[in-house]
Design a protein around this ligand. Structure first.
Ligand code: TLP
Length: 345
C-alpha cells in the first residue's frame, strides 16, 4: 500500500512535537538528581507550575494518568469511595488504576456537558453508616474530554467547591487541559484552581512538551504525593532534560491556545456543512461528530480517512473525535474536510 498523500493528524493534542525552543532548552538544561531534590530545572518547573496555578507547591510527574493516580492515592485511603463524572478520564481511560492501586471504589454520576449537578453530588456523599464506605474525594475534569472539551465555569466549580468544604471532602481537578478552559473563559487558570485542593495539568498536550504533567497543591500534600510518586517508580533522576521543555511550555505555549480553539471552530463549521454528520460545536479544541447515516460506523469511516492521511479517534461506534493543536492548521482542516466530503458523498 502506498503512502497517503499527506497527513492531517487530528487524533489528539498529545501528538504535538516539541518546538525548536524546547529542543534547545532540553539540550542546554541544567540537571541534577531529582530524587535528591537537586535538579534545578525540575525545581524551577515545579515552582513555576505552582505559581501559575496559585498553589504552594508542585510535583513533576511522568503523565496525566500518573498525576491523577498519585492525587487519588494522596487524598484517600483504601476502602473509600470517590465521586466522579461517569465519562471522566479517570473513570473511562485510566485502566482502573484508582481501584487496582488505590483500593478505592468509584461512584460515578452522569453530568451535563461534563458538569456535575451539585445536588446529585451532595446526595451521593456517604453518611456515617456501618454499611457504607466513606467518601474520600470528589473529582472534577476541566476541560471535559469526553464531553467534547466542554468547559466548567467558575460558577460550576464554586458550587462543587462549597459542597467539598461543607463536608470536608477534598476536591481534585483533572485539569489536563486547564489552560484551554481558562482561555475559553478569558480568565487565569489560577482562578479555576482556587476552587480545588489539587490540580493535575498536562504539559504534553496543547502545550507541546514531549513528556510530563504537574500536580499542584499544598506543600505538605505535595510532599506526601512525592512519596507516592517514588513508590510508583516515578522518581526520575536527571529529569531536568524533560522539565526544560515543560518550562517553555508554560512560558510560551499557553498564549497560543486560542489559535487551536479558532481552528476547531473553523473545522466544526466545515463539518456541519457535510450531510450525514451531527456536529457538537466545540467550546475549546475538541470536536465530536456523530454519524447519522446508518451505513457508516466510526471504525469504518476512520479506516477510510486514514487511507487518505486524515487521522481522528473513535469515541463510540458512531462518534468520532477531532482535536486541534499546534501541528495542524487551516490547510490541514481544509484537506480533512475535502476528504470527508468526498468519502461521504
Ligand atoms: N487523554 C488522551 C487519551 O487518554 C484519551 C487524549 O488523547 O485526549 N485527563 C484528561 C482529561 C485527558 O484527556 C488525558 C489524556 C489524561 C488525563 C491523561 O494524560 P496522559 O495521556 O498524559 O496520561
Amino acid at each position: 500500500m502506498g503512502q497517503p498523500p499527506r497527513i492531517a493528524d487530528f487524533r489528539s493534542d498529545t501528538v504535538t512535537k516539541p518546538t525548536q525552543e524546547m529542543r534547545r532548552a532540553m539540550y542546554e538544561a541544567k540537571v541534577g538528581d531529582d530524587v535528591y531534590g537537586e535538579d534545578p530545572s525540575v525545581n524551577r518547573l515545579e515552582e513555576l507550575g505552582a505559581q501559575l496555578l496559585g498553589k504552594e507547591a508542585g510535583l513533576f510527574v511522568t503523565s496525566g494518568t500518573q498525576g491523577n493516580l498519585i492525587s487519588i492515592l494522596t487524598h484517600t485511603v483504601p476502602g473509600q469511595e470517590i465521586i466522579l463524572e461517569s465519562e471522566s478520564h479517570v473513570f473511562y481511560y485510566e485502566v482502573g488504576s484508582a481501584a487496582l492501586i488505590g483500593g478505592v471504589q468509584t461512584r460515578t454520576i452522569p453530568g451535563e456537558k461534563g458538569v456535575l449537578d451539585p445536588d446529585k453530588v451532595e446526595a451521593a456523599i456517604r453518611t456515617d453508616d456501618i454499611h457504607f464506605p466513606a467518601t474520600g474525594l470528589i473529582l472534577l475534569e476541566n476541560t471535559h474530554n469526553r464531553a467534547g472539551g466542554a468547559v466548567l465555569s467558575i460558577a460550576d466549580m464554586t458550587a462543587l467547591s462549597a459542597i467539598s468544604k461543607r463536608y470536608c471532602i477534598p476536591l481534585h481537578l483533572d485539569g489536563a487541559r486547564i489552560f484551554n478552559a481558562a482561555a475559553a473563559l478569558g480568565i487565569e487558570a489560577k482562578q479555576l484552581a482556587s476552587q480545588v485542593d489539587s490540580v493535575m495539568f498536562c504539559l504534553s498536550k496543547g502545550l507541546c512538551a514531549p513528556v510530563g504533567s504537574l500536580i499542584v497543591g499544598k506543600k505538605d500534600w505535595i510532599e506526601r504525593a512525592r512519596k507516592w510518586r517514588k513508590r510508583l517508580g516515578g522518581g526520575m533522576r536527571q529529569a531536568g532534560i524533560l522539565a526544560a521543555a515543560g518550562i517553555i511550555a508554560l512560558e510560551q505555549m499557553i498564549e497560543r491556545l486560542p489559535e487551536d480553539h479558532d481552528l476547531a471552530q473553523y473545522l466544526a463549521t466545515g463539518l456541519a456543512e457535510i450531510p450525514g454528520l451531527d456536529v457538537v460545536f466545540p467550546e475549546t479544541n475538541i470536536i465530536l461528530i456523530h454519524l447519522k447515516d446508518k451505513n457508516w460506523t466510526a471504525p469504518k469511516l476512520l479506516e477510510r480517512l486514514a487511507k487518505e492521511g486524515v487521522l481522528a479517534t473513535e469515541f463510540s461506534p458512531t462518534t468520532i473525535r477531532f482535536v486541534t493543536h499546534k501541528d495542524v492548521n487551516q490547510e490541514a482542516a481544509d484537506y480533512a474536510l475535502s476528504v470527508i466530503k468526498s468519502i461521504l458523498s
